[in-house]
Design a protein around this ligand. Structure first.
Ligand SMILES: Nc1ncnc2c1ncn2[C@@H]1O[C@H](COP(=O)(O)OP(=O)(O)OP(=O)(O)O)[C@@H](O)[C@H]1O
Length: 364
């Protein structure tokens, strides 16, 4: 799939415009502070309804404005053209597919996108909730029923916590919620185990191919239940149930859930050592880049089409050799990518020069 056209109104510092994009390579080029990141943020926002820089959508409104519209035409794997749009104001966010208003759950995942931004290093060094959010989003892109499980699980967890806090743990309603909690929780565990197993193999292959053929990189699912590697769904549920029973008394004292996949974590291990504590900055960046490339492979396997890729500030990440191997990767795979840079890159495609929010197209 690829994005053919992008337009936006009131998006950060960008001057309202309509842009025709290259099917493969789009270089967003300019000096610091001109609007390069804002441009790829608009692409990301169109695809996901979210920014990769902020949770507060209001920050996307141009100063003193209270509404943003992004609009784009994309071509899917059957070469069909579709139109997406998001209209957001202070109160609500509306999603449109081919000019019809739709729910977010139906909108997200139509235009798949993978991003690589400086803040992604947090996936390794940040706290477990960052990794959980990251993998939740990635698994959802490939599996719609996972997104549903996550949304349902979060609602159930909230109610379960409320019931524990109110000490209504012996009532019938608690046991109904407990059953739902275990059922959805187990679905999440199974999806996570499967996804991590598959992506870990790709991650190692990609890291070796792109950066270091002698290294061994593993991604491990650190499930709150301990080792569930070879367990069936029923066995996992059983273990979950025992875990709940064991922690019930303490949950009552503390007033919230002490068990469940909301406690899961994921560990990156480079040559047998936890990357969070032992890997260098350059190795961490390379691990994350390999992870992103592996996500592309996973999406291609699941959906049989390539997602879009956006990468902010390539020059600040990698040396010349690594930069070349990364750019070669995108060119060979024929992925539509959007790369921002303060230096010109000698690659065939479209160059968009950004100056004070104004986008100037320069065919290369
Ligand atoms: N909501 C907004 N409305 C208007 N301008 C904004 C808004 N948010 C940020 N800006 C301004 O937009 C400008 C461009 O920011 P952006 O991060 O897109 O630049 P950039 O070209 O990627 O810069 P760099 O190379 O330094 O990363 C900044 O000067 C910033 O202050």
């Amino acid at each position: 799939m690829y994005l053919k056209q992008l337009s936006y109104s009131n998006f950060r510092c960008l001057e309202d415009t309509k842009t025709e994009l290259d099917r493969n390579f789009n270089l967003i080029y300019g000096k610091n502070g001109q609007g390069k990141t804002s441009f790829i943020e608009a692409v990301h926002f169109l695809a996901t309804g979210k920014s990769f820089r902020t949770k507060k959508t209001k920050e996307l409104f141009r100063y003193n404005k209270n509404r943003v519209i992004v609009f784009g035409k994309y071509i899917n794997k059957n070469e069909e053209e579709n139109i997406l749009a998001i209209d957001v104001n202070e109160e609500k966010k509306d999603f449109y597919i081919n000019r019809n208003k739709n729910k977010y759950i139906d909108y997200v995942g139509l235009l798949n996108i993978i991003s690589f931004i400086p803040e992604d290093i947090e996936i390794i060094v940040g706290n477990p909730s960052i990794r959980r959010n990251f993998f939740n989003y990635e698994i959802s892109q490939a599996k719609k029923d996972y997104l549903k499980s996550i949304v349902d699980f979060e609602k159930i967890l909230k109610t379960r916590n409320k019931l524990i806090k109110e000490k209504k743990t012996r009532e019938e309603i608690y046991s109904i919620y407990n059953e739902k909690f275990m059922e959805e929780g187990t679905n999440i565990i199974i999806h996570r185990r499967e996804f991590i197993k598959n992506i870990s193999i790709l991650l190692n292959l990609n890291y070796r191919k792109l950066f270091d053929p002698k290294s061994e990189l593993k991604l491990k699912y650190d499930c709150f239940l301990g080792d569930i590697d070879k367990k069936t769904k029923e066995e996992i549920k059983e273990k979950f149930s025992e875990n709940i029973k064991r922690k019930a008394e303490r949950e009552k004292i503390l007033g919230y859930s002490l068990t469940g996949p909301q406690k899961d974590d994921f560990i990156f291990e480079l040559n047998g050592k936890n990357a969070k504590s032992f890997s260098s900055q350059g190795e961490k960046k390379s691990i994350i880049f390999s992870l992103k490339v592996s996500e592309i492979d996973m999406l291609v396997k699941e959906k049989n089409e390539y997602p879009l890729f956006i990468m902010d500030d390539i020059a600040s990440y990698f040396d010349e050799v690594r930069k070349k191997s990364i750019l070669d990767y995108f060119i060979n795979k024929k992925i539509q990518c959007f790369i921002t840079s303060t230096e010109d890159l000698n690659i065939k495609g479209k160059k968009f020069i950004i100056e004070k929010g104004k986008v100037i197209t320069d065919e290369k």
